[in-house]
Design a protein around this ligand. Sequence first.
Ligand SMILES: [Fe+2]
Length: 343
Amino acid sequence: MIFRQMFDSVSGTYTYLLASRRGGEALIIDPVIEKVDRYLQLVRELDLKLVKAVDTHLHADHITGLGALRDRTHCITVMGEQTKADVVSMRVAEGERVGIEGVALEVLYTPGHTDDSYSYLMGDRVFTGDTLLIRGTGRTDFQNGDPRQQYDSIFNKLLRLPESTLVYPAHDYKGETVSTIGEEKAFNPRLQVKSIDEYVALMNNLNLPNPKMMDVAVPANMRVGLAQDEIARRGWAVGAHEAMGLLGRPEIAFVDLRESTEREKRGVIPGSIHAPYPALADNLGPGGSLRALADHKRLLFYCAFGERSAMAVQAAQDARLVTARHLQGGIDAWQKAGGPLSK
Ligand SMILES: [Fe+2]
């Protein structure tokens, strides 16, 4: 198991790099844009392939590295389904899993610091974002924060994990690196309250100044910019209504890039082929299944929101599959346009 905790001293952010082995797939949690070169250097040094980048919530104190990592590694970006960020290619909800080779994160919805705050449980450790900090909790006074929800997230979800569970937060300002659920239960001053009302009163009286970066970071993190605009300019995008007109045509192959869990949750475009995004390079390479298919059909990639499919159409064009297109806006746009779905 490869597990690295990295620190951005400007924002006090912890970033985590996870992989099951050298040479395998890797996942990163809460990357900071200024540190992207360092993460990618470490990924190379450990011979890893970065396939997923996760933000625990929309950050107000630093600009996320999600967009830059996506541009440079074509990784899948992941956030909770409540997020207002545009960049995200996979949105998860309570009870789902975020997986890479040999690693599975269990998704816990833990709102309160923001309404899109999630924690991720991996066996003996939990990544708590800004929901539960070491001897502290994330502020609840902006970005749809809510101390009542936070109390519920902490007391009824996180503190119910085994006491030995390691707590890895998104921030620390005093140099602490790790704690446990049992320690926080016993010694976190914010959690020594007798009722939810006492916790709400405590949180509502913190009177904290806004983070220095807030006016810059929040808008930037909501609009990290999609690869989709550029793909559309090149004429490689197909709108949902146009795509509906192509359904059932023998010369068109709809190719679903999503993961099995996403397909089960949302349904699939009838008759489409399943070719998960992480295997794209192999599928488009010599002897790959999509390359063979493209000999007699036009590939029409789709995913959840059009992000992975935009990257896929670029990869296909680079591999000289010039008729490849993608469904702009993904299954989300398809569904909104009234496109049929099957299970
Ligand atoms: Fe935060």
